[in-house]
Design a protein around this ligand. Structure first.
Ligand SMILES: C[S@@+](CC[C@H](N)C(=O)[O-])C[C@H]1O[C@@H](n2cnc3c(N)ncnc32)[C@H](O)[C@@H]1O
Length: 200
């Protein structure tokens, strides 16, 4: 059976690597491994999302859906030390790494746990939800994440997404426009779109 980074249990042999990376002028140490998305360096799209994101004006927790080994959620936890960041994924190896990476970087204001889309979310509602969505899990999963995110946002809360044009940015925009009255393409770079939906 073929394996994907979005499978729950990774059978591919473990071969951990540690490396440093700078995001928003802060330096992090990350441990990554086989069977986890973008294991050698922070994905270009995730980096663009992290660098573009604007801290929300409203109070409330933050959620990273499909956190992988943790670059988005952990950098958010670092820049918003006064908030709790929930980080979820279906890939158990990725979740283990995200927890180790929180420890490696001395980050405490995170809750890291398993959730299929937002179905296992323990928090209530969020001021912002960020995702570099699991394109390879299929359009339905990605669009379900958008729908469930809308439900889990506070009034005035924002969903921030990175998606490549060739991986469905136009259809993502269409889906977001069905859910949110306010949808913006915040930036575009090398075929990657940063999209934001704001809940009224
Ligand atoms: C494009 S990767 C992004 C990973 C990480 N945020 C990063 O920037 O490196 C998408 C992530 O979504 C996870 N994923 C796949 N299906 C999922 C689902 N149904 N619910 C939650 N996460 C899922 C994958 O395991 C993967 O870690």
């Amino acid at each position: 059976m073929s394996e994907h980074y979005y499978s729950q249990n990774q059978k591919v042999e473990s071969e951990p690597k540690n490396w440093n990376y700078t995001l928003r002028n802060r330096s992090y140490r990350f441990k990554t491994d086989n069977g986890v998305f973008s294991k050698g360096k922070v994905d270009f799209g995730s980096k663009l999302l992290i660098e573009t994101f604007e801290i929300p004006g409203i109070q409330g927790d933050i959620l990273d859906v499909g956190c992988g080994y943790g670059p988005i959620g952990l950098s958010m936890a670092s820049i918003m030390a006064d908030r709790t960041i929930h980080m979820v994924d279906v890939n158990l190896r990725a979740l283990g790494l995200a927890k180790e990476n929180a420890d490696l970087n001395g980050i405490r204001n995170v809750q890291i746990y398993e959730s299929d889309k937002l179905e296992g979310i323990k928090g209530n509602k969020f001021a912002a939800i960020l995702t570099n969505p699991p394109i390879r899990a299929g359009k339905k999963t990605v669009h379900d994440i958008f729908e469930q995110s809308y439900e889990r946002l506070l009034e005035g809360g924002e969903l921030w997404i990175v998606i490549q044009k060739k991986q469905g940015a136009p259809s993502a925009i269409e889906k977001l426009e069905q859910l949110f009255s306010n949808v913006e393409t915040v930036t575009k770079k090398k075929g990657y779109f940063i999209l934001k939906g704001k809940k009224d």
